[in-house]
Design a protein around this ligand. Structure first.
Ligand code: 6R9
Length: 649
């Protein structure tokens, strides 16, 4: 244990050879960008191809920002045409592997052709500039092709994660007013087929704005696919007849590029609206410098395109940089728990960007799985989606990164469009579980409830705010500007700060430690306790695989701590162990953090994007009826949780 504490306190500066070759290795970049953020971002936007240069870099009418006003460009030209013309025509753009093991590579020239064909298909189906298109696909290259084709003709896309239900899809189609739906007969997941077309049909039953459905034949059984003649069309039939030439539309910098729905504190999802020039500038710049992208990299971001991470770091960011993107369709434990490591060895992946929840699953499965494979091609690792606990960081560093790869723990949101707080791998001395500092050109602060910042140079905990507009920020919520103002800008309206909804600690060296959503910060008998802190303490115990902690209402203390814990393989639950775990937390952080109750469970309830559903845990801990569980990845987890091994003494 003492050894772990020492490791956690350790700093990991970039190795000299890594720093020497890094895209950025001069720390003065922070000051240069801070001195004139507009000039910094304009310099980055110069990397893109514009068909008309902007007149004004930025305009800020709080809380509405515009970037690169008067400029015109096309995102698909930046992701494809410029690379085909610039010498990368035969370079692999997408290397795909399906769950059953089928593989397919698209060079930049081939991807360009497929995107042009599909852009022509969309136009022939009557999709015009400004029309919305919903995309409901598995993780297959057609998802990227469809997104890029929409971008090419100026039709904003709304990608809905393939794991979402028919009801969720219906709600998102309705809210966006989409004219066309792109889906597949199905996708492979753990050896079975997720029947997307069936869900799509249910979503379209009754009244709908959708006129046509274009269906990818992924599972190869067209005769088994339910079909509505006249409405439904096969992708491959339409594409085989289409020309592979399509002139891209020059879009205004502030034209809508996409809507992406994300959940908020109320039941209705928020349609986050991103525009063209600023978004692409943000995605391109962050991808290039944070992942240190080079021409010979094979880059793998394991996120699904249904999430913002898939938008910015599977499709737009890497392709805009002319990188080779690896894409995998299926589950990490199919057919065995070494699938990711096998893929890394086979495709010689050099950059891996994944989520703490995956890393903790790998920890639970044990080191024998990565040890079976040669992971020496890896040179950089990333983490995103939730706070990473130091134990998971160190495990990732050692067992995946071979202690040689820098780790970039990247904080950002659907709303921010691109990474905001992160190490720079050639510059930052990383600390396990710290996301380091704001990316150059990003202005953040940790403030108190009134919006006053922590004292300069001092250490402290508070709320994370962004103090100046940035190019890839959301522009509004689709169809609900009032909610946009309320959710993000009302809390610190007098200061004009963007309220991220996350708590953060800033240490004396100026590094940021993200503490989770502010609703995850507990107040136990007047003490501020981060759920994350208690979770880390639990995961620090040798028997624990994963832990989630919530504050439950308590008469005397205000909130009491409830902990949900999954044990490592082969560890037997027992009352002794439960007492030991509580004592372990008390010992690690202090008696105040000792959980009042502890639930041992085989799985934690998670959303399909892998976030632990704390609201649900709170309901269980407080003995309430269960709320809406529709976004749960595996609803059976909840019933097993309720009657699991519990101890409320
Ligand atoms: C990119 C993405 C956003 C929320 C965000 C925060 C959490 C994301 C994090 C992190 C700590 C990190 N989050 N990255 N927390 N450290 N590196 O995940 O977007 O799905 O919109 O979620 O995720 O709480 O507010 P999104």
């Amino acid at each position: 244990m003492a050894e772990l504490e020492q490791e956690v306190a350790q700093k990991f500066p970039p190795a000299a050879d890594f720093a020497a070759q890094a895209n950025w290795n001069d720390p003065t970049i922070y000051e240069t960008a801070a001195a004139d953020p507009d000039a910094f971002w304009a310099g980055q936007a110069e990397q893109l191809v514009w068909s008309r240069k902007w007149d004004t870099v930025s305009e800020w009418n709080p809380p509405h920002a515009k970037w690169f006003l008067g400029g015109q460009l096309n995102v698909s030209v930046n992701c494809l045409d410029r690379h085909v013309e610039g010498g990368r025509a035969d370079k692999a753009a997408i290397v795909f592997e399906g769950e059953p093991g089928d593989t397919k590579t698209y060079t930049y020239a081939e991807l360009h052709q497929e995107v042009c064909k599909f852009a022509n298909v969309l136009q022939s189906q009557g999709v015009q500039r400004g029309d919305r298109v919903t995309i409901y696909l598995p993780m297959i290259p057609e998802a990227a092709i469809a997104m890029l084709a929409c971008a090419r003709i100026g039709a904003p896309h709304s990608v809905v994660f393939g794991g979402f239900s028919a009801d969720s899809l219906r709600e998102r189609i309705h809210d966006s007013g989409s004219k066309l739906l792109i889906t597949a007969d199905g996708g492979w997941r753990r050896g079975g087929v997720v029947k997307l077309k069936e869900a799509a049909d249910q979503a379209l039953a009754g009244e709908t704005t959708i006129e046509h459905v274009i269906v990818v034949n992924r599972t190869g059984k067209p005769e088994e696919t339910p079909w509505t003649a006249g409405r439904d069309l096969w992708w491959h039939e339409l594409a085989s007849d289409a020309s592979d030439q399509n002139e891209a539309v020059a879009l205004d910098s502030e034209d809508l590029l996409f809507i992406l729905y994300t959940s908020g504190s109320t039941g209705k999802p928020k349609g986050i609206a991103h525009t063209t020039g600023g978004y692409l500038t943000g995605a391109t710049t962050t991808c290039k410098y944070i992942f240190d992208l080079k021409d010979d990299d094979v880059y793998w971001c394991t996120a699904d395109v249904g999430w913002i991470t898939g938008h910015s770091y599977v499709v737009y960011g890497p392709l805009s940089n002319g990188a080779t993107v690896f894409m995998y369709e299926g589950a990490p434990d199919w057919p065995a728990r070494d699938r990711f490591w096998e893929l890394i060895e086979k495709h010689k992946i050099t950059i891996l960007y994944t989520a703490p929840t995956a890393i903790r699953a790998f920890m639970k499965w044990g080191t024998e799985w990565p040890e079976k494979h040669d992971l020496s091609s890896l040179r950089l690792l990333g983490s995103v989606g939730e706070p990473i606990n130091p134990e998971a960081w160190l495990w990732y560093h050692k067992n995946v990164g071979g202690e040689r790869c820098p780790i970039v723990d990247t904080w950002w949101q659907t709303e921010t469009g691109a990474i905001m707080i992160t190490p720079l791998p050639g510059i930052s001395a990383t600390k396990p579980a710290s996301a380091s500092r704001p990316f150059p050109g990003v202005s953040a602060l940790v403030v108190d409830e009134k919006g006053d910042p922590l004292p300069e140079g001092g250490e402290g905990v508070g709320l994370l705010v962004i103090t100046k507009p940035w190019p890839s920020m959301l522009r509004t919520l689709w169809g609900d500007d009032a909610r946009y103002k309320e959710v993000y800008w009302s809390k610190f309206a007098d200061k004009g700060y963007y309220f991220a909804g996350d708590g953060a600690k800033r240490d004396a060296e100026g590094d940021y430690w993200l503490l989770g959503r502010v609703d995850d910060v507990m107040n136990v008998a007047g003490h501020r306790v981060s759920t994350m802190e208690v979770e880390s303490a639990l995961v620090d115990h040798p028997s624990v695989a994963e832990a989630a902690v919530i504050g439950k209402a308590h008469d005397i203390k205000g909130q009491a701590i409830s902990a949900f814990v999954t044990l490592k393989e082969g560890i037997e639950p027992s009352p002794e162990l439960m007492a030991e775990l509580k004592a372990h937390v008390a010992k690690k952080i202090g008696a105040i953090c000792r959980p009042d109750d502890l639930f041992l469970t085989a799985e934690l309830p998670k959303t399909r994007s892998g976030k632990i559903m704390r609201r649900l845990l709170r309901d269980i801990a407080e003995g309430r009826a269960l709320g809406d569980t529709t976004t749960l990845a595996d609803p059976s987890v909840v019933s097993s949780l309720k009657d699991k091994y519990t101890d409320e003494s």
